[in-house]
Design a binder for this molecule. Sequence first.
Ligand code: SF4
Length: 264
Amino acid sequence: MSQELPLTRLSQGQLNLLKACPRKFQHIYFEQLGTHVSPEQQEHLTWGSRFHLVMQQRELGLPVESLVREDAQLQHWVTALVNAAPEALTKEPQTFRESEHCRTLSLQGYLLTVIYDLLIEESSCAQILDWKTYPQPKNRQWLTHDWQTRLYLYILAETSDYLPEQISMSYWFVKSQFGPQSLKFTYNQLQHEQTRQDLTQQLIKLTQWRQRYEAGEQFPQVEVSTGRCRDCNFAVRCQRTSESSAISSKDLLLNLANVPEVSI
Ligand code: SF4
């Protein structure tokens, strides 16, 4: 008898992981295997959480002094962001604003979930703002294709009366070298339809992989040629260490040698 599939809630992070490598998704969410987090990464994550907390408290009109008093760097970057984005961080009447605003959308048996760092709704447009504490990526395309951008815009269009053209999303890279920098993404009906198609296909695939996994088959692995296995914590488990890659290359050469037309 087939078991009820356990996972129903999906975030942008999980969609990005699925896109990067379905097998990694399996290791983390079905086998509950953790990935190693270095002390530097942990420190960065903790700092990022504190930054988000300060911004949320500020938005709610609550005092933030106790949170920033001991951390001059945190205070510096919060002030820098407020100065760099006054229009986004100044409350206007007639505007709905909410930090850590959560929305969900049901699609293909999954509950897609987003949390906006700040949502600002006006009569004719809506803005999603997201604070990033890592450096601004050199390639804007990377963020255009990232599931965070796509899913955040998609869900707002699906769960509000705004047309896609009335919605935008801005990332603020708080710790940029010359002060906070932003990248804004506009949206339109064409992108919305494309996201609907891609999302639907991805979710259908996920359901198939989950059903096969229940029957004993593993999720697909990413191609070796992407180079993603090199720094992956699961390389040994996946037999994708440099040693096994070397063996794969050798096997490939042996296979080519068996092709009669090719003389080596
Ligand atoms: S080692 Fe490669 S195939 Fe295995 S989980 Fe990591 S990225 Fe995916």
